[in-house]
Design a protein around this ligand. Structure first.
Ligand SMILES: [Mg+2]
Length: 229
């Protein structure tokens, strides 16, 4: 039986949709911004946050640094550092983020199509308790054979060790018959590449493919992905 390893955030779960709503709610509450200023705060946060995640995936910073720096840096750039408590924002955001139960359109239908015909694993750079709760609350949990998180494994994608630990704990999974599926160019595609397994890139937002990354296949929607199986 073939094994599919699914990334979760922005592959099956709608992390970005939740992030937009949550960050706007936080900025309104803590900085009382609205309209264009609110949009600017959101895009400032998103740029700083994704840069920090990239540095973490490239192993130039520790994971904790992301959570320590993203709100202070955002507030500094918006010239709000003196007026808003960045630590409190991060704490409030942790709660909102952990209770984001949004799915991407077509996620359940995709898993229904694959269930029983493939071994389905999750491989996520997320926190164990949070990701398990989100899978339970969205109703996606029953489709998975096992959930692997970077917190549980002690190593994150794109490190090949992330995948090697999955294979070591699942002797029934054959590396040659495994496909990594995800939206992340570095975490998922480079990660799969590093581990020597097949990859399918989910490119929902028409991103450009860097020359160094070579997914085996590309899907532009979950429906297109579903039709590949
Ligand atoms: Mg993702």
């Amino acid at each position: 039986m073939q094994t599919l390893i699914f990334d979760l955030d922005d592959t099956l779960l709608d992390f970005k949709g939740g992030e937009v709503a949550d960050i706007k709610e936080l900025v309104q509450k803590h900085a009382q911004l609205s309209g264009d200023a609110l949009e600017e705060a959101l895009s400032t946060y998103q740029a700083i946050n994704s840069n920090l995640w990239y540095q973490y995936e490239m192993k130039t910073i520790e994971r904790d640094t992301i959570f320590k720096e993203r709100f202070p840096k955002t507030l500094a750039e918006l010239k709000l550092a003196d007026q808003v408590d960045a630590k409190q924002m991060e704490a409030d955001y942790a709660y909102l983020r952990d209770h984001n139960y949004r799915m991407l359109d077509g996620a359940k239908e995709l898993l229904q199509n694959l269930h029983g015909r493939y071994r389905i694993l999750a491989g996520t750079n997320g926190q164990e308790e949070t990701q398990l709760r989100r899978l339970k609350e969205t109703g996606l949990m029953p489709y998975f054979d096992q959930i692997f998180t970077s917190e549980g494994l002690g190593v994150a994608k794109p490190d090949a060790l992330f995948f090697e630990k999955i294979f070591a704990s699942r002797p029934d999974v054959d590396k040659e018959n495994t496909i990594m599926i995800g939206d992340g160019l570095y975490s998922d595609m480079l990660g799969g590449q590093n581990a020597g397994i097949e990859t399918i890139w989910l490119n929902l937002t028409q991103k450009e493919l860097p020359e160094s990354i070579h997914p085996n296949r590309i899907a532009h929607s979950l429906q297109e992905l579903s039709e590949m199986f």
